[in-house]
Design a protein around this ligand. Structure first.
Ligand SMILES: [Zn+2]
Length: 220
């Protein structure tokens, strides 16, 4: 069986170095540019910032205008106050410089909180190396049985696969055993990983584990 790439895949139009699927068009109809996952995440973050600015300012500006219109200030005067505040009444490049200066000043005057809220507890993970399963042997890929990468058998007799995308932390112990801890995925997530936190790897299997972590021995 051959696996053909879906025709929807395109080279990312932002970074050009990864494949991605088309994004949803802003109008909601059809699709927009193809973006890889990191670039797509970046776009979503910028979109959120833009939408949030409008959501935060609209009720304040609207309430301000409504209050002073009711107090009898002519609309044209309120409009020129808003233009003055945003530099919209200045010549183009003066206005640009004024807005840049004001935005930087405001960001300094209202800095982001320096600390996380107290109700977000720090992550404390306790691992007892002696309780981690130990790897006992390595077996090669068996493509004829649909097993495309080498795997290990642990001391409970279970088959264990180690994938190359995991982030790891390894402790070399005095007896030559390495304690291999999984800390996340592709430098993007941290914290508990599905499954055991890691394995005890006897010295004679370490080269096989390193090979698994670099993706060696994988059949198509
Ligand atoms: Zn990209």
């Amino acid at each position: 069986m051959t696996r053909a790439a879906s025709p929807a895949w395109h080279v990312c139009e932002d970074c050009g170095s990864a494949y991605g699927l088309p994004t949803a068009a802003p109008t909601g109809n059809g699709t927009g540019p193809a973006l890889c996952v990191p670039c797509h995440t970046e776009h979503l973050t910028r979109h959120a910032a833009r939408v949030q600015l409008e959501a935060l300012t609209a009720p304040i500006v609207g309430a301000w205008a409504a209050q002073w219109m009711r107090a009898g200030i002519p609309f044209q005067e309120l409009l020129s106050m808003a233009e003055h505040l945003t530099g919209a009444d200045m010549a183009e490049d003066y206005g640009d410089a004024y807005r840049a200066r004001t935005l930087r000043l405001l960001a300094r005057a209202y800095p982001a909180p320096a600390a996380l809220p107290e109700d977000v507890p720090p992550l404390r993970t306790l691992i007892d190396p002696a309780a981690l399963p130990a790897l006992r042997e390595c077996r090669p890929a068996m493509p004829e049985h649909g097993i495309s990468r080498p795997f290990f058998v642990n001391d409970r007799g279970e088959a264990v696969t180690i994938f190359p995308r995991v982030d790891t932390l390894t402790f070399l112990q005095a007896d030559g055993v390495r304690v291999l801890i999984f800390t996340g995925h592709a430098q993007r997530t941290t914290g508990p990983v599905f499954g055991p936190h890691g394995y005890r790897v006897p010295a004679h299997l370490w080269a096989h584990v390193e090979a698994a972590l670099t993706g060696e021995g994988v059949t198509a």
